[in-house]
Design a binder for this molecule. Structure first.
Ligand code: CTP
Length: 402
């Protein structure tokens, strides 16, 4: 195990993280505490920090309690996840892991920080910075970690790594895209072997789904899925240009993750239809709302693109869109000429009627379907720019009802 002076890194950590509070809390419970994994790598790379992953030889609850963090129940592996003052803390007991069979969740037991680093996925994640205890200010790494970081390489720690935990195959793609790192030739060979040996079939659908969902929330999700395909993993966006057009048409309040996943599952939908897609999304542990959005994008966007291309007025655009979610409209923008879909996404969908059925009843209309028809007429006038205020909308509705 390499042990290099981490004085500079410690100074950076002091400036960017609540290290003093952590040290005081650790002293109160007599604990060793380390910053571990992603945040150490990101500190070394000068990247922004969001997560504070801490490993301690004490009970995580005792440390969290001393830190005054509002923690809830620990995860299965005894890790506490807490969000406080803009930071996400992950506090875990330093531990070693043993995999009873490939793809199983590991059995864990308390161990020292060196063993904790050796259980990790890639060398560049197997680093720790002492924040409290006898190794305060020391940077601990597995062999080769700093060289790999410098040379922007991703390397597993041992040959069994992907067989033990095949989620690492997808984690690898995520880091390739996010950090713009390359796997070493040996790690790439191990990916190929693990995939050929069916490693991905040894993990549960929801764990696999979780990794796909994490890939889809990366800042460049298309690059993340390109990395997946480059590694020979069985997910691919076949029409990249359309996916890029769809994502760029999607407004900020849209779900770019679900739009990306729809592009990923397009091939499955084309080959097996809606029922096969639904079964796959269920197997992967998607919530029913997210699954329905992905299904809607894939089942409706093609037809919507055709209808939008022949819509001649704003009211016709609105009628074509109907109840489609904005992710479906963005996909339609990518599949058709795009102009009408953009008009909907950037302008028309924001328009709101300033009158309601109650206003029409107050004007003497009786309750019933006529109210719906009158409101529809007012809405069409609003969309076409003929009734932009309350008064003209009321007039349009009452004219339609007379
Ligand atoms: N880890 C692992 N194998 C996994 C999952 C996680 O070895 N299947 C280890 C990695 O060393 C990782 C750490 O556990 O650094 C924490 O995992 P996670 O929170 O997912 O990653 P971070 O490092 O916090 O985050 P980032 O995605 O920024 O790297």
């Amino acid at each position: 195990m390499e042990s290099v002076t981490g004085a500079d890194l410690y100074a950076q950590a002091l400036a960017r993280l609540p290290v003093a509070q952590v040290a005081a809390a650790a002293a109160a419970v007599g604990a060793e505490v380390y910053l571990v994994g992603g945040p150490v790598r990101d500190l070394l790379m000068g990247r922004p920090l969001v997560d504070i992953d801490l490993a301690t030889d004490a009970a995580p609850e005792a440390l969290a309690h001393e830190l005054g963090l509002p923690f809830a129940a620990a995860t299965r592996f005894g890790t506490l996840n807490v969000t406080d003052s803009g930071f996400r803390y992950d506090i875990a007991r330093t531990r070693s892991e043993r995999y009873r069979r490939p793809g199983a969740l590991p059995e864990v037991q308390p161990a020292d920080i060196q063993a904790d680093l050796r259980r990790r996925d890639f060398t560049v994640n197997a680093m720790a910075l002492g924040l409290a205890g006898p190794r305060t200010g020391e940077l601990l790494t597995v062999p080769g970690a700093l060289r790999d970081l410098e040379q922007r390489r991703l390397s597993v720690l041992h040959d069994q790594s992907f067989r033990d935990d095949p989620t690492r195959l997808l984690r690898l793609a995520r880091y390739c895209a996010r950090l713009r790192f390359e796997p070493t030739a040996h790690t790439r060979d191990l990916v190929t072997e693990a995939v050929a040996a069916g490693a991905l079939r040894t993990i549960s659908g929801p764990r696999l789904g979780n990794e796909l969902r994490l890939l889809s929330t990366e800042s460049d999700p298309l690059m993340a899925f390109s990395a997946v395909a480059d590694l020979g993993l069985p997910w691919r966006i076949s029409d990249q240009p359309a996916a890029r057009r769809a994502l760029s048409a999607l407004p900020d309040d849209g779900r770019s993750d679900l739009l990306t996943l729809a592009c990923v599952f397009a091939a499955q939908f084309d080959a097996g239809g809606e029922s096969s897609l639904r079964a796959e999304l269920d197997r992967l542990g998607f919530t029913s709302t997210d699954r329905e959005t992905i299904e809607q994008i894939l089942t409706r966007a093609g037809g919507l693109a055709k209808r939008l291309d022949v819509a001649r007025s704003p009211a016709e655009i609105a009628a074509a869109v109907g109840s489609s979610v904005i992710e479906t409209v963005a996909m339609a923008a990518a599949l058709g000429s795009g102009a009408q879909a953009q008009t909907w996404l950037n302008q028309l969908r924001q328009l709101r009627l300033q009158i309601s059925g109650d206003d029409l009843i107050a004007c003497g209309l009786s309750e019933g379907p006529a109210i719906g028809r009158a409101l529809a007429a007012a809405r069409a006038a609003l969309l076409d720019g003929e009734a932009t205020d309350r008064e003209t909308q009321l007039r349009a509705a009452l004219t339609a009802a007379s």
